[in-house]
Structures are given as structure tokens and as C-alpha cells.
Design a protein around this ligand. Structure first.
Ligand SMILES: [Zn+2]
Length: 295
């Protein structure tokens, strides 16, 4: 990993995929389809949920990212689990097809001469062969090996997603795990004159309040009160993980400046406007889906 050409993320991805296969009992042959399945799980989140680029050129995106974007758009879903079976098969096939071209032969290229190979693979094999010793090595050292792979993966992604926050966390997570926003609901409801931040509808039995991240959670990866507002279900669902329009961002900053800085509130909304603006611009710079406003 240390001496590898830092041109693509396939090497750390393959290391992680091999480590993950040791969650299954030992088999001498790991099929490329199984490795493709692991690739699909790792790259899907990074591409569809976190909108991370895998190539430093804006024009030339990695083949995996192109395939995943295309399938996510075709089936209109952000969750790999919700993808229809045909879509899942399609994505795994596409990612499996990349392995013999760019990944398997190149993996050992930077290996020191005295280090044994992790697997054997020859052109045309629909599997890689690993020995029982290698399997044991991967299984025993799963945690440090994943950390090493994450480190080099993050180093690469920092080059092509300069302004995306928390890259290492985005790479390390298998799936987006969100905390409940219930406690923020109480805090926000303590304000006077509560209504949907986006469309202004008053909350009642028909329009229950929900908590929404104005700058998407999947970009910030945190629940920060300065970013949280009350929204009706309709706006919350429609906005999804989009960035809001610029006027909504201004409204958020006004809210944070004046609206909720009350001594009765148990927490502070304080954040510098400059920081909010910069985070918003950073999301735009990484081509986050943008400029939503209520219909
Ligand atoms: Zn609304």
C-alpha cells in the first residue's frame, strides 16, 4: 500500500474486500463475483450517499463511480438495500468486470520481493485462490488491515474531494447509521411560533413536525443544532439530501443569529456565518445535488 501508485482506490478496496470475505468460513477459491459484491457495497455508499469522487479529474470519473451513478439514477434510489434484484445483479456484474482489468493483476505490483502474495490469480480465472494461512492472517488482522486500507483510501480521496468533511469516517462506515433526532425536536419545539422552516405551514395533527438538516447530514456527518430546523414531512421527504437554495441558507443564518439565541434554551446555536457559508460552498464544490426549494 505504501509504495503503490496513488492513482486509483482499487487497491485499498481489494484489501478490504478480501478481509471482509474472511467473515465467511475458509474456501480456497473466492469468486470474483463475491469480491464484486463487496466492491458494490463499499463504493455504493461513497458514491450515492456521500457523493465522493474517486478520481482527481472532474471530467474523467472512475469506472465504478460511473456505473453506480448510472444505476442509482435508473432505479431512483439512494439505498443499495432498496435496489431491485435486477439492479443489484447489474451493479455487482459491472464491478466484477473491473477486477480483471484494473485491479487483480496490479495489486501486487508494489509488493516487496520478500513478501508473500495475498492471493493467486491468473488471467481468465473467475476466482482468486488464497491459502489457509493467508485466510488466517486476514481474519486475525482484520481490524488493523481495514485501518490501513481506510488510511490509504482516505489519502487518495482527499486529493479529489478537497473540501469534503470527515472523509475517513465516510470511508470507514459500512452504512449510514443515523442517531435519533428526537431530543432536537423538543428543543426546536420550545421556540415560539413554530412552523415548517421551508414552506411555512403551521404544525397540527395533519402536519407533524420533523427535524431536518439544512446542510445535509450525509455531507456534514453530524447533528449540529445550528443546522437543524423543523420541517413538515412533505418538505423533509422532498428535500432529501439536497442542498437548499441560497435564500434558505440565508434564512438559516438569520435564525441562528437572532431567532433562537435565548437563555431558556439548553444549548447554543452559535456558529459563525462564515463557517456556514464555507460549508455550503464546500458542498457545492464537490457537486452535491443542489438548490432545492419547496415546490
Ligand atoms: Zn414544509
Amino acid at each position: 500500500m505504501r509504495d503503490a501508485l496513488k492513482s486509483a482506490t482499487y487497491k485499498p478496496a481489494l484489501l478490504k474486500a478480501l478481509v471482509r470475505r474472511t467473515r465467511e468460513p475458509y474456501v480456497a477459491r473466492i469468486s470474483l463475483l463475491d469480491l464484486g459484491g463487496e466492491f458494490a457495497r463499499m463504493y455504493w455508499n461513497q458514491t450515492v450517499v456521500y457523493h465522493l469522487r474517486q478520481a482527481s479529474s472532474l471530467r474523467k470519473e472512475a469506472a465504478v463511480v460511473k456505473s453506480i451513478r448510472e444505476i442509482a439514477a435508473r432505479y431512483k434510489t439512494r439505498s443499495l438495500a432498496d435496489l431491485p434484484e435486477a439492479g443489484k445483479i447489474d451493479i455487482v456484474k459491472k464491478l466484477t468486470a473491473i477486477l480483471p482489468i484494473n485491479v487483480l493483476a496490479a495489486f501486487h505490483a508494489s509488493k516487496p520481493a520478500n513478501m508473500p502474495e495475498l492471493y493467486r490469480w491468473e488471467r481468465g480465472w473467475p476466482y482468486v485462490e488464497i491459502t489457509r494461512d493467508t485466510y488466517q492472517f486476514l481474519k486475525t488482522n482484520a481490524l488493523p488491515l481495514e485501518l490501513i486500507a481506510n488510511f490509504y483510501w482516505a489519502e487518495l480521496l482527499e486529493n479529489c474531494n478537497r473540501l469534503a468533511p470527515r472523509i475517513i469516517q465516510k470511508i470507514s462506515r459500512d452504512a449510514a447509521s443515523r442517531r435519533s433526532l428526537q431530543k432536537y425536536l423538543k428543543i426546536l419545539l420550545a421556540d415560539t411560533d413554530v412552523k415548517c422552516f421551508y414552506c411555512g405551514v403551521a404544525f397540527d395533527a395533519l402536519h407533524a413536525p420533523t427535524v431536518d438538516h439544512v446542510i445535509p447530514w450525509s455531507f456534514l456527518l453530524e447533528d449540529a443544532l445550528w443546522d437543524l430546523v423543523l420541517a413538515c414531512r412533505r418538505c423533509n421527504a422532498q428535500k432529501s439530501d439536497w442542498l437548499p437554495s441560497a435564500d434558505l441558507l440565508q434564512k438559516l443564518m438569520r435564525r441562528n443569529r437572532y431567532g433562537l439565541r435565548r437563555p431558556t434554551l439548553p444549548v447554543s446555536f452559535l456558529i459563525a456565518d462564515e463557517e456556514v457559508e464555507q460549508l455550503y460552498q464546500a458542498a457545492i464544490s464537490v457537486e452535491w445535488p443542489r438548490f432545492w426549494s419547496p415546490a
